[in-house]
Design a protein around this ligand. Structure first.
Ligand SMILES: [Zn+2]
Ligand SMILES: [Zn+2]
Length: 172
């Protein structure tokens, strides 16, 4: 698949074209290039820790398959277009930080200029500041004593031997 095909696929997933998606796309493509050659990986072996909660993270979900549902897309909001990527197989990790060098007159120009630039022109490649994220955990669950809804153990609070879910446990 060409880079243009992958971009189209990313736009289809996200729903619209925007500069934020283009930034995430180029970051994910650069990450894929930096990770290439370290062999076969499973679903959760590549983890992205994004410092934004906006459009760009969707590109990572398409290109690197670091999805929210698999636990391999983590968001630690810092309001930056910065993405740390971790490879559990090779142990490699790096943080891509948007340089914000693109000066464009219009939104469409900005998207085009981003897409036409090389990843290394757009991002500083730095060392990660956060340790390797833990693997996604599956917690056993129990029933809330008030609403009866099944809730994961790590979200329940216990008081006098009774379990309370986050919706019902506000008072304890
Ligand atoms: Zn968008
Ligand atoms: Zn409850």
């Amino acid at each position: 698949m060409t880079e243009n095909d992958l971009w189209k696929q990313t736009v289809r997933f996200h729903g619209h074209e925007c500069p934020g998606l283009a930034i995430g796309f180029k970051a994910a493509m650069l990450a894929g290039e930096l990770l290439s050659g370290s062999g076969d990986r499973g679903d959760e072996d590549i983890v992205c820790l994004a410092e934004t909660d906006a459009c760009g993270i969707d590109a990572f979900q398409v290109i690197l398959k670091t999805t929210v549902g698999s636990g391999s897309m983590r968001i630690k909001y810092k309001g930056k277009n910065a993405f740390s990527v971790y490879d559990r197989v090779s142990g490699a990790s790096f943080r891509l930080v948007w340089k914000n060098d693109i000066k464009a007159l219009s939104r469409a120009d900005k998207i085009r200029l981003i897409l036409e630039s090389g990843g290394r022109e757009l991002f500083d490649i730095k060392e990660t500041a956060e340790p390797f994220p833990d693997r996604a955990s599956v917690y056993p669950s129990a029933v809330c004593s008030v609403c009866g809804e099944v809730t994961a153990e790590n979200a329940l609070k216990y008081s006098a031997g009774k379990a309370y879910c986050p919706d019902c446990g506000g008072g304890i």
